[in-house]
Ligand binder design. Structure first.
Ligand code: NAD
Length: 354
């Protein structure tokens, strides 16, 4: 294994490797900030620091590389790693646009190497349990959902130069923060239905940034179910929440950055017999849990979860949310294709300039 980008989130990748230490060995860390690479390597068994990804790939020939750099670098670095023959486990957001995503994964080979993306909120066993209950009909049809990522970030957070700008972060809280909860909502319902149409508004109310700091969206699913989605970085009482009213029960997940089974509450409808609400095993959502199937897929030479079309689902939803907010029109799934200004740029720069 190797890591590129020894900043804040790299620790979670190291913890994920350590949780699977019988199968993985971190051999190298690249960061343009030499002191950071050195300090990070000092916390590992024997990883060697590198000043850039290129020299690391040539000297170490890793099997899999974690990309933990700012979003504007993901496309170029993912392609370099795939071209070297190694697999990629890249931080969210995968990149800054659907065009970049399609370009990036065109560097995958048949049978690998593959690039998968870190949507760790899917990884808890309680999420798999919900999907299982839904597939078995225990919950009935999903009817209306609420998906909320209402967080708080201060001016110091936005003093990091790559944050809060379209060119380097790719968007505001809809892209950088709410992506986890929105990915989880879409993943929870994916066996049953896909989103079909979104309407949205964005605003910049507090922060001195280029992007929005709050967004609100209305979503219709193919099944007819409806959802509301709110993402913010100005909410003093922070919460991550998904609530889904199904025919036979309301299911509500309330947490902040990760959950265990007890964060999920099932309320059966009147006259519905008890629903088996607890997963057989309680594995919390985390980078370590998200890494497990990636590792298994690597060993089996199979496409990992959160890659290809599965990794693209939430990115298309975010692009559509931004297009809907910018144009004031409802946007359908599949509508943003090459040639659409929002395919190349989440801000749809062409539309704004015009
Ligand atoms: N999954 C999650 O819950 C989660 C949480 C926080 C951040 N993230 C994501 O992780 C990524 C990194 O975020 P962060 O908060 O760790 O950022 P950070 O700014 O703390 O760290 C980024 C690191 O990349 C290094 N870097 C910059 N350019 C480089 C280059 N060309 N080559 C090698 N290294 C380079 C920087 O020197 C820095 O050490 C972002 O995409 C962010 O959205 C994910």
């Amino acid at each position: 294994m190797a890591i590129v980008g020894a900043g804040a989130i790299a620790d979670s990748h190291l913890a994920a490797y350590q949780a699977h230490c019988d199968d993985v060995d971190l051999v190298a860390v690249a960061d343009v900030d030499e002191a950071r690479a050195l300090a990070f390597c000092a916390t590992t068994d024997h990883a060697k620091p590198y000043p850039d990804l290129e020299s690391l790939l040539v000297e170490q020939e890793p099997d899999l590389v974690s990309i933990c750099t700012p979003p504007g670098l993901h496309v170029e670095q993912t392609k370099k790693v795939l071209d070297s023959g190694a697999w990629v486990w890249c931080e969210k957001p995968p990149c800054r646009s659907l065009a970049e995503y399609d370009d990036m994964i065109s560097a995958e080979g048949d049978g690998g190497p593959y690039a998968s993306f870190v949507y760790q909120q899917r990884s808890g066993s309680a999420a798999a349990h919900f999907r299982d209950l839904l597939a078995r009909g225990e919950l009935g049809r999903p009817l209306v959902a609420h998906c909320q990522t209402t967080w708080y970030r201060d001016a110091a957070y936005y003093s990091v130069p790559w944050r809060g700008r379209w060119a380097t972060e790719g968007g505001g809280p809809a892209m950088g923060h709410g992506i986890h909860q929105m990915d989880l909502l879409l993943h929870l319902l994916a066996g049953e239905t896909e989103w079909a149409e979104v309407q949205a508004m964005t605003a910049r109310l507090v922060h001195d940034v280029e992007t929005e700091d709050v967004s609100a969206a209305l979503v219709r699913f193919e099944s007819g179910a409806l959802a509301t989605v709110v993402n913010s970085v100005l909410s003093p009482d922070e919460v991550s929440r998904i609530r889904i009213d199904c025919e036979r029960a309301t299911v509500e997940l309330t947490h902040l950055y990760g959950y265990v089974a007890e964060n999920w509450r099932y309320t059966p409808a009147p006259r519905v017999a008890e629903i088996p609400t607890t997963p057989a095993e309680d594995v919390g959502s985390s980078h370590a849990a998200a890494f497990k199937p990636v590792l298994a897929a690597h060993r089996a030479g199979k496409r990992p979860p959160c890659s290809g079309r599965d990794g693209r689902r939430v990115l298309e939803f975010v692009a559509s949310l931004y297009k809907a907010a910018s144009t004031g029109q409802s946007v359908s799934r599949g509508e943003i294709r090459p040639g659409d200004p929002f395919y190349r740029d989440m801000a749809g720069a062409g539309v704004k300039a015009g």
